[in-house]
Write a protein that binds this ligand. Structure first.
Ligand SMILES: [Zn+2]
Length: 331
């Protein structure tokens, strides 16, 4: 099979050209063309908080009052039945499976208790990357050990919510165990990027209020920035989207809190197009290959018989076909 004039975003590379498929082996010939079709890896939702999807009515509060420690969401989690929370997580997983995503990265709050909410859930074809978090602010190595046994690493709220030395220890603990460490950064206000970088994050979430200088430092360290367009709109963050188009930047796309928006990466890609006015091809790249450095390279690809912008603008347009692959050769 020969697929010409394609935009191809698979196996950590985004190129234009021709894809040749022979018995599970793919050959890609790069060519400077105007793409008529779109070929991608399955999408990846780079940031979720699935545990708050049970909240049906969300007050319009600022970030701290709504999702910060001790805020509205934390209180709701305390008073809500565990099965009700699990049911809403199952609903989120159903939405994600309907979009053929390969992985998602969930920030699990509330220590071991929060982690256990996902126990024995059926994720279908999706590989979850669950980033847990210590319940308190005291270093407890037994707790860190237990959490890492059941998760892919740690996902922390923000640098100002903890003493820095605590976060340094938590990060070091993840790294020493070959696990991930990620943190929210400069969401509602600018935070100290040098302190954040001392934590060696694998990726950071938001950065809307980071300066160009902060962005340059993340780019120099090749640290991906995860944007969550719906949540940025909900919280009315005001920022110049131009910095998200700097040369060499690595961006992932996430849906953030399930109580604010359903965890549909396809809808979020559309909103990235509208709100960040990014190129459709970039948005596809960001939602497929940026996070493959953590997830590995999937062995299936999606084929859309339409231009990249159609794929991005229309979250209801599903792939026209799927291919299983064993090997990919870029020429
Ligand atoms: Zn978040």
């Amino acid at each position: 099979m020969i697929l010409e004039n394609a935009f191809i975003s698979i196996h950590e590379k985004a190129v234009k050209g021709t894809l040749i498929y022979e018995n599970g082996t793919v050959y890609i010939k790069e060519k400077d063309i105007d793409p008529e079709i779109t070929i991608t890896s399955p999408f990846i939702n780079a940031h979720t908080h699935l545990g708050d999807g049970f909240i049906e009515s969300v007050p319009r509060l600022d970030v701290k009052s709504l999702v910060g420690p001790g805020g509205f969401k934390a209180k709701m989690l305390q008073i809500t039945d565990r099965e009700k929370i699990r049911d809403s997580i199952k609903y989120s997983i159903k939405i994600m499976n309907g979009e053929y995503i390969s992985s998602f990265f969930d920030f699990r709050e509330s220590g071991m208790e929060g982690l256990k909410l996902l126990e024995n859930l059926d994720f279908g074809n999706i590989t979850p990357f669950i980033l847990s978090r210590p319940a308190g602010k005291e270093l407890d190595k037994t707790e860190l050990n237990e959490l890492l046994k059941l998760s892919s690493g740690f996902g922390m709220s923000g640098i100002n919510d903890y003493p820095l030395h605590f976060l340094e220890e938590v990060s070091l603990y993840a790294k020493n165990n070959n696990k991930l460490f990620a943190i929210h950064a400069s969401e509602a206000e600018r935070e100290n990027i040098d302190e954040i970088l001392r934590l060696n994050p694998d990726f950071v979430i938001h950065m809307y209020n980071g300066s160009i200088e902060d962005f340059e430092k993340l780019i120099a360290r090749d640290i991906p920035i995860i944007i969550c367009p719906s949540s940025a709109i909900f919280f009315n963050h005001k920022f110049d989207t131009g910095k998200f188009k700097l040369d060499g930047i690595k961006i992932g796309i996430g849906t953030d809190n399930a109580m604010i928006t359903v965890p549909s990466i396809r809808s979020e890609m559309r909103i990235a197009w509208l709100y960040f006015s990014m190129e459709a091809e970039k948005i596809i790249e960001y939602s497929t290959i940026t996070m493959q450095r953590f997830t590995g390279k999937p062995n299936n690809i999606l084929i859309f018989n339409k231009k990249p912008q159609k794929v991005v603008r229309d979250p209801f347009y599903r792939p026209d076909r799927f291919l299983k692959i064993n090997e990919i050769n870029f020429e």
